[in-house]
Design a protein around this ligand. Structure first.
Ligand code: BG6
Ligand code: MG
Length: 216
């Protein structure tokens, strides 16, 4: 029987992945780099600074900015992103999320957030589900980002369970890779692009039977 659920945030709990893309695209355009939705797939699950580095590499501008300038660019993107989140409400929870969290609570199965986003506490509050999570892993404490398993291992530790007793939910390939490397059961939440290596793929959490999941 599984004993805990470990959730990614962007693209799993709510569709903020589209706002990340809009904000990165504006930033990239402003420095003469073109990005598209396909390229954006490799930014999913990746930290803010690592995302910026990948964009600069794509535009062959990796060495064009000092660290301070890069930090200013990342801050500019984040300011724009946070503005796009202004109207986020509980109605922006992805289908089935609210019901899933309620079912987990009824069964006393703790839920944890394992997201690379430093905006996670703010977003969960706006969505009205902050109290549904026993813990949010602080990405600032990580040595390595996804696909390293560290964030998922820390999430399991926070609720005192072994990774093998946890189910992880991810929409990003880097995230699925991290969940599997941690030794967890992986639910891949698929939008357009397929995810490799997930134990089960669903389009929405409504497609899942919580009791079947717990029995994995
Ligand atoms: C991840 C997103 O959840 O968080 C990435 O998939 C994002 O796209 C990363 O870059 C960091 O988010 P933030 O909110 O700290 O810039
Ligand atoms: Mg995600």
């Amino acid at each position: 029987m599984k004993k805990g659920f470990i959730f990614d945030l962007d693209g799993v709990i709510t569709d903020t992945a589209k706002y990340h893309y809009v904000a990165w695209k504006e930033l990239a355009d402003s420095i003469g780099i073109s990005i598209d939705l396909q390229f954006n797939e490799q930014l999913k699950g990746i930290s803010r600074m690592d995302s910026l580095d990948r964009i600069l590499e794509r535009g062959e501008k990796a060495d064009s900015y000092t660290q301070a300038e890069k930090e200013a660019l990342a801050t500019k993107k984040n300011t724009n992103y946070v503005e796009l989140l202004a109207d986020l409400t509980p109605s922006d929870l992805l289908p089935g999320v609210q019901e899933f969290l309620e079912e987990a609570k009824r069964r006393e199965i703790p839920c944890v957030i394992a997201s690379a986003s430093k905006n996670a506490p703010f977003i969960l509050k706006k969505l009205g589900v902050a109290d549904d999570f026993a813990h949010i892993v602080d990405p600032a404490t990580l040595k390595k980002g996804k696909p390293d398993p560290e964030i998922f291992v820390k999430a399991a530790e926070a609720i005192s369970i072994s990774p093998a007793d946890a189910v992880g939910f991810e929409d990003a390939q880097a995230g699925v890779d991290g969940i599997k490397a941690a030794g967890m059961y992986a639910v891949g939440v698929v939008v357009d692009e397929p995810l490799h290596g997930a134990d089960i793929e669903v389009k929405k959490l409504t497609d899942l039977d919580i009791d079947v999941l717990l029995a994995q």
